[in-house]
Design a protein around this ligand. Structure first.
Ligand code: SF4
Length: 326
């Protein structure tokens, strides 16, 4: 048996690969599906979104297609997933599960062992590769059946019921929405950057300015790693404070960069405390070479705003992506 695990800026834990092998002896192949997922979000999912920004039906179709490709590449003859009929309103309804199988091209080879007794038999069961009598008949939203089965099998660590998909969380939808609506061609790396720190957006005419400010040392390190050659990194020069990343900052007008520096300084308690007496010195570095220090009054300038509230995201989403749910 082989396992296949997909990850993207929105879901997945590829770093658990070693843990799964050592704890459960599982041979897990991990695959980055981030770019394909970003493309799907850009186009708008054919089957619409769930309650937040989760395109669950299209997501499952896409992942099962990729899993089937992996299945063939290793000479396997069946796929199994952990779905439970009725557990989710959008993608685990009986009719929707059929649509997903059909559109992913995995009808009759996809086994859902947790609820297989409640579904039609599949080819691997009819051929005797899988013993149908050992499969379960779990249904509905409760998790009790799965938890007691896990206990019987000695599985002590499993994902939380929510599954950890960021697209189901309103706060994250607020972060992703400006990426989808303000960048010309958002890529997986843009969504990954939206996961970091505090997010701020400014606009002047048709130009949008995206500033990410670290909340802690770990954020600062990730921001430094995420920087592209034309991004600007902002650091306080002579006192502790956050790092900020200005996407495409090399091309920002001086006035906008000064406002970014003032906001970055305002995220430093020390700079704020010293503000009545002194300006903050902020170093701005693009790539390896350009670095300059400007002095600004630390302040939360109105120019840079937080991402829109979720109600606004939901309203705009309905206008932009009009697909109905299945
Ligand atoms: S919750 Fe996220 S990972 Fe799960 S099916 Fe929906 S979009 Fe895909």
């Amino acid at each position: 048996m082989r396992c296949w695990h997909a990850f993207s800026p929105f879901f997945g834990k590829p770093e658990k690969q070693v843990f799964w092998r050592e704890k459960y002896g599982l041979d897990v192949y991990v695959e980055d599906v981030g770019e394909a997922f970003a493309a799907m979000l850009r186009q708008g999912p054919a089957h619409g979104f769930g309650k937040v920004l989760n395109p669950c039906v299209d997501c499952k179709i896409h992942l099962l297609r990729r899993a089937a490709m992996y299945m063939k590449s290793v000479g396997a003859r069946a796929l199994a997933t952990g779905e439970v009929i009725g557990q989710r309103p959008m993608s685990q309804r009986r009719d929707v599960m059929r649509v997903i199988m059909r559109e992913a091209g995995v009808t009759d080879i996809l086994v859902r062992p947790l609820c297989a007794q409640l579904l039609e038999s599949t080819l691997p069961e009819r051929e005797g590769i899988i013993d149908r009598s050992r499969l379960a008949a779990i249904a509905g939203r409760g998790r009790g059946g799965q938890i007691s089965l896990a206990a019987r099998l000695g599985v002590t660590e499993f994902p939380t019921p929510g599954g950890g998909c960021r697209l189901t969380e309103r706060e994250n939808a607020r972060r992703y929405w400006p990426i989808l609506t303000r960048l010309a061609a958002p890529a997986a790396a843009d969504f990954a950057l939206a996961n970091l720190g505090r997010q701020f957006w400014g606009q002047e005419g048709d130009e949008c300015y995206w500033l990410c400010v670290g909340r802690n040392q770990a954020d600062n390190e990730r921001l430094a790693l995420a920087a592209r050659p034309d991004d600007a990194l902002l650091n306080l020069w002579d006192m502790p404070g956050p790092m900020a990343l200005a996407r495409g900052g090399e091309h920002w007008p001086e006035g906008v960069m000064r406002r970014a520096a003032a906001l970055t300084a305002a995220c430093s308690p020390k700079a704020l405390a010293a503000a009545p007496r002194t300006r903050a010195y902020v170093e701005i570095r693009c790539g390896e070479y350009q670095a300059k220090v400007i002095a600004e009054k630390p302040e939360r300038v109105a120019f840079f705003e937080n991402p829109p509230p979720f109600d606004m995201v939901r309203a705009e989403r309905k206008v932009r992506f009009s697909q109905e749910y299945l």
